[in-house]
Design a protein around this ligand. Sequence first.
Ligand code: FAD
Length: 317
Amino acid sequence: MKVTEHIEKANGRTLFSFEIIPPKKGRNIQELYNNIDPLMEFKPPFIDVTTSREEYVYIDKEGLLDRKITRMRPGTVGICAAIKHKYEVDTVPHVLCGGFTKEETEYLLVDCHYLGINNVMALRGDAMKHQKYFEAANGGHLYAKELVSQIQSLNTGKYLHDVVEADYKSDFCIGVAGYPEKHLEAPSLQTDLKRLKEKVDAGADYVVTQMFFDNKRYFDFVEAAKNIGINVPIIPGIKPIAVKRHLQLLPQVFKIDLPEDLIGAVENCSSNKEVRQVGVEWAIKQSKELQEAGVPVLHYYSMGKSDNIKAIASEVF
Ligand code: FAD
């Protein structure tokens, strides 16, 4: 079932969902299952699986560094299929512009269709570590909007280069990213919102937000989005703070603000165990307020660990 159908069927009730990261290659998938198992009692209608783009690794060969390119966390579509099968839950693979040609994206979407996966999250991805700016793969997309258009074309039965006459049209439900505190490269929040509107106009069915720690940012964002004609569901993304280092790391990586009360509470902690508890309590408060406001889904960034998400969900759902 599509994400948007789950939302309609819930009839105003807030749903629970979460995002997981594929294990590093070489690791057993059981670790992932061990973190999903405790969350299934909250009946997520869908689970997102991220995609990591390729990176350079340097191998020491008799004193000389040999540069190789590799994807450290492959297997997004395989994991989606495995989870769908094991837990009978819908899964949402994240599909990236970065590192993929249009042809590779088409093959990935064909795989999804055969596996019965009909939701995808269309994202640009970030620049590679050595790049200053994002660069498209050879023949790939530069912005998520172009990726949305490709998926939407497939939904009308149009494959790349018009090489086939399709008698089947895919029916992907397409999610895209939104940024309550603006995307870090955008010159202003209003410009970024216009870009978001372009993604929706190109065929996106719903939006999932970047993490935020002050609900007012989300409420203002939803209102501003409505004012420029974005009428699809906007799902809030919630991440519980887990370690003291997040106070610097999250603003640095995502260019988001943390509220003074939260900073103070984390600074007063004498161990990361205490920080984790502060993060859980903050996320419960945020979640309850968002739920009361009638958000369609509360979507949690699990970062591969489920104990704190379970503690939050137990209080909220
Ligand atoms: P876009 O919508 O393409 O926007 C990127 C920037 O370009 C924005 O600043 C926008 O304003 C600007 N822009 C858009 N169109 C134009 C235009 N025509 N001209 C000029 N500027 C333009 N990353 C991963 O690598 N893997 C994941 O699985 C993943 N999952 C994510 C899930 C969510 C919910 C979120 C919020 C983010 C996720 N990301 C993931 C991170 C994401 O890839 C980065 O934030 C990336 O930098 C931007 O992706 P986007 O899809 O928002 O890009």
